[in-house]
Design a protein around this ligand. Structure first.
Ligand SMILES: C[S@@+](CC[C@H](N)C(=O)[O-])C[C@H]1O[C@@H](n2cnc3c(N)ncnc32)[C@H](O)[C@@H]1O
Length: 180
């Protein structure tokens, strides 16, 4: 059965870190969202070194959230002369922000401003299912699946080169894995 999607609304904790009242957890470490994306997710997967010279590199993420992992990955791809010809980033999100919500949240990360604006412009309505967004003349694809991971992951047919397991605390969403 396909359930309708309930979008997330931007909210912040006392330190100004994006926070989910629904899950009772923050979206990224209090120190830095981009820093966490760089060190935990890219670095933890040996990226960008491990994608050097490949034709296609596919990353599967649980929990798109603000899209900081995607933006950091896209930025690293742009900066890397040995980047893969194609980058495919697949992410599953049960409670996506709306385009307006992303714009509010992304304002805190000026280092991503041009890419965040492109992402916001392409961002789909919160309708269930798979949405495919193309950037960089088709060299970068974001497949964002609005669904529960438990429903979406068994339906994906792909060969993943890296996983970004970025759920909230394991007690909140055991199915998504966690960085903490
Ligand atoms: C820590 S945040 C992800 C942060 C994100 N990767 C980023 O770069 O901004 C965890 C995300 O998992 C999503 N989530 C929680 N339970 C889920 C589930 N069962 N299926 C899919 N997404 C889920 C939440 O809505 C939230 O956006």
């Amino acid at each position: 059965m396909v359930s309708s999607i309930v979008p997330a609304m931007p909210a912040f904790d006392a330190n100004g870190t994006p926070y989910s009242p629904h899950y009772g957890d923050i979206y990224h470490s209090a120190e830095s969202g981009p820093g966490q994306a760089r060190h935990v997710f890219l670095g933890g997967n040996g990226l960008p070194q491990r994608w050097a010279g490949t034709n296609v590199f596919t990353i599967v993420e649980t929990g798109f959230g603000l899209g900081l992992n995607f933006l950091e990955t896209w930025q690293a791809w742009r900066a890397d002369p040995a980047r893969p010809q194609r980058l495919h980033f697949v992410s599953v999100e049960k409670h996506p922000f709306t385009r307006a919500g992303l714009a509010v949240l992304h304002a805190a990360y000026p280092e991503f401003a041009p890419l965040a604006a492109e992402l916001q412009n392409a961002w789909p309505l919160p309708l269930p299912g798979l949405h495919r967004l193309h950037f960089e003349d088709g060299s970068v694809t974001l497949s964002v699946y609005f669904a529960d991971v438990a429903d979406a992951l068994p339906k994906l047919r792909l060969a993943a080169d890296a996983f970004f397991l970025d759920g909230f605390a394991p007690t909140a969403i055991p199915a998504c894995g966690s960085r903490r």
